[in-house]
Design a binder for this molecule. Structure first.
Ligand SMILES: [Zn+2]
Length: 269
């Protein structure tokens, strides 16, 4: 079975004008997952720039309700609908996975915005709300596991996710403070994609707003014993130098391959 491969489509934090917002493409077991979809049409632009057909996306995981992670859903789905419509085909089936409270909040905000994707996709768009920490099989034999993490709003059901296929595992943190549940979920993983909002110099602020430092990400990776750590959700360089984040994470994760993901970068197990 095809092991998970990753294309880092968007690696920027919410306010970084130099990078696209959070969106990862994972291709595994013959199917394609998007882990978050950034904001606006950025995810479609990034897919096309990386020579990936947006119509190939079958699963979308939404980590939490904040717009830098889910704002791109309606533009993505409507792009897919009209790309299919041009050829006379119905829209492709898409499953959207999120924890129940996040899913409800996201659907309510789409309804308030008079969004159309739900109506035009009909039965082909499925909103999946898997139980926390239970692996669900998706097509091709890959599994997806949603793991509650520690972000905002309190009780808002932010989640990490684990994509597993062919004996390899990729773990995506979503947005979170350093979190023991994530350490457990990432134990022995091939790749941990962990959010970072800066270095320990701003730890108090970052933790207060639900984020992690590079040192936190390094410690989670080291405790979990992952093979590789990719940091994302990178702030603009006026806030922190990428080199400082990389050095700090590496100090706390000896033996782990640590890198800062970049828009368009690819990773294979
Ligand atoms: Zn975010």
């Amino acid at each position: 079975m095809e092991r998970p491969r990753v294309v880092f489509l968007g690696t920027g934090g919410a306010l970084n004008p130099e990078r696209y917002q959070a969106a990862m493409l994972v291709q595994a077991a013959g199917t394609s997952f998007l882990l978050d979809v950034g904001g606006g049409l950025g995810v479609v632009r990034r897919l096309l720039a990386c020579e990936v057909d947006p119509l190939s996306v079958r699963h979308v995981f939404l980590s939490h309700r904040h717009l830098d992670h889910v704002g791109g859903l309606e533009p993505l789905l409507m792009y897919m609908f009209y790309a299919a419509y041009r050829t006379g085909a119905p829209p492709p089936p898409v499953d959207v996975h999120a924890l129940a409270a996040s899913s409800a909040a996201i659907r309510a905000s789409l309804a308030a915005a008079d969004a159309s994707a739900d109506a035009v996709f009909g039965e082909r768009l499925k909103w999946r709300t898997p139980a926390p920490n239970s692996s669900v099989g998706v097509d091709g034999g890959a599994t997806l596991t949603l793991v509650p993490v520690d972000h905002l709003p309190p009780g808002g059901e932010a989640a990490a996710c684990v994509v597993s296929a062919g004996g390899a595992r990729v773990v995506y943190s979503g947005d979170t403070r350093p979190c023991e549940a994530l350490v457990e979920a990432a134990r022995g993983a091939d790749l941990l994609i962990h959010e970072v909002g800066g270095t320990d110099a701003r730890a108090e602020l970052l933790h207060r707003v639900g984020h992690s430092t590079a040192a936190d990400a390094g410690r989670v990776a080291a405790k979990a014993g992952v093979r590789a750590l990719a940091m994302f959700h990178t702030p603009a360089p006026m806030w922190v130098s990428p080199e400082d984040m990389l050095a700090e994470a590496r100090r706390h994760a000896p033996g782990v391959e640590v890198f800062l993901s970049e828009d368009g970068m690819r990773w294979e197990p």
